[in-house]
Design a binder for this molecule. Structure first.
Ligand SMILES: [Zn+2]
Length: 428
């Protein structure tokens, strides 16, 4: 994995501050070197995790699978033959007003044309079909396949457009404030507008909404409806799986807030910058945000896996699975003109935003010094439990208890959103 600085898009070096330097004298910055400009910049920037996955890939499928256990609609278990995207395009290109080619569709939908959008799951490949339920479970991770990264305007042949100075043209305004065009953050996260009553979780520039996860949910739901209308049932369910993905993302509190406005992390990043040679303030802020976000996802995934495999009797982790297996749904806002999924997604976003400060504070108090440093935590390499604080003081105990409780709430919300959207699709 290559990490990029949220502000400059420079590659982050995998500098390990814990490794002994051959330099006998360690350079320590003095407070006089603090650039006021950098401080103000970092306070207003949405500096976020750059490899944004909301839930661990296993968790997206797990949320979908467990949340649908209680749904016994016959249609969910009907077998549907796998067909490539071309099947949908041959029927839907005219209503979409595009040529029936994958490139035209990629340009229309603003996704990277280099990413194949119709790779089958191994089961689909083997048997040639899957149930609607399994299409949802297999493909709920599709939007994390890279299609939403490299958010640049493109020419008719799919190449990235360049401005007069030869620089690539970003697809949206304000991408700079959310990971930049090379990351998928902008489409998988959404910060609500600044609210005086919830300043800590809503603060950030620009002061209105930032990100488009709720738009993405609506766009894929609309495609799913179109696929049904043109009788392409495989794509009806596969596009619905993508819409579900963004709702599940918004149920993850890290995806609905601006981390740099949470005081603990900003001040810790300042300390890391002062104490670590060769690391800029912006990089230290970005790395701490990345570590916190990735560690949380990894910790939740590893404890979910333990409880699924019966390898732990931690009742707090068992409560996550109970929350996922619920039966309830939300009231779907059909009477909202034009975009009910977008409106529904925003209610999920706002609920997640409200619990974000508690979660971020909890993760902070559970993290050891290495996780709160310039060390680049990587979920593929680093076991999350080895980054827990060893001193189990009151802060740690309260943090741990809050993390499990908040995650139970987030899982319950993600599962309810999954059932709600699937039921909305089944009933309409
Ligand atoms: Zn996502």
């Amino acid at each position: 994995m290559v990490l990029y600085d949220a502000c400059t898009q420079e590659k982050l070096t995998h500098h390990n501050p814990w490794k002994k330097s051959p330099q006998p004298i360690k350079k320590v910055r003095t407070v006089s070197m603090i650039s006021i400009r950098s401080l103000i910049l970092c306070t207003i920037l949405l500096v976020i995790s750059l490899e944004v996955k909301a839930w661990h890939p296993d968790d997206h499928s797990r949320i979908t699978s467990l949340s649908l256990e209680s749904q016994t609609d016959r249609l969910l278990d009907q077998q549907i033959a796998y067909v490539p995207l071309q099947h949908f395009l041959d029927r839907a290109a005219a209503p979409l007003g595009i040529a029936p080619t994958p490139l035209a569709f990629a340009l229309y939908f603003g996704v990277d044309p280099a990413i194949p959008l119709d790779l089958p799951d191994s089961t689909e490949q083997k048997s040639g079909s899957a149930s609607a339920r399994n299409i949802l479970i297999f493909h709920v991770n599709d939007p994390d396949d890279g299609r939403d990264a490299t958010l640049y305007a493109r020419t008719a042949d799919g190449n990235v457009q360049q401005d007069a100075a030869g620089r690539p043209v970003p697809l949206y305004d304000h991408l700079f404030f959310m990971g930049g065009p090379e990351t998928q953050a902008y489409r998988h996260m959404e910060k609500p507008p600044v609210s005086c009553s919830r300043l800590e979780s809503t603060w950030g520039y620009p002061f209105g909404e930032l990100g488009m996860a709720s738009d993405q949910a609506q766009r894929y739901f609309t495609l799913s409806r179109l696929a049904r209308a043109v009788e392409s049932p495989y794509w009806e369910w596969r596009f619905l799986a993508c819409a579900v993905h963004y709702l599940q993302d918004l149920a993850q509190p890290y995806h609905a807030t601006q981390m740099s406005s949470h005081g603990h992390y900003f001040w810790r990043a300042l300390r890391v910058w002062l104490m670590t040679p060769h690391v800029s303030l912006r990089k230290s802020v970005a790395q701490l945000m990345q570590n916190s976000h990735q560690w949380y996802e990894s910790y939740v995934a590893s404890h979910s896996t333990l409880v699924m495999q019966g390898l732990t009797d931690d009742t707090r982790a068992e409560a996550w699975l109970v929350a996922l297996r619920g039966e309830t749904t939300d009231v779907f806002p059909w009477d909202t003109p034009e975009a009910p999924v977008r409106a529904y997604a925003k209610t999920i976003r706002d609920a997640s935003n409200r619990i974000a400060p508690d979660l971020l504070t909890s993760v902070y108090w559970m993290s050891n010094a290495q996780l709160l440093s310039a060390y680049p935590f990587d979920y593929r390499r680093d076991p999350p439990d080895t980054f827990l604080r060893t001193r189990r003081d009151l802060h740690f105990m309260q943090g741990e208890s809050t993390l499990f409780a908040v995650t139970t709430e987030a899982f319950a919300r993600a599962a309810r959103a999954t059932r709600t959207l699937v039921q909305a699709a089944l009933r309409n």
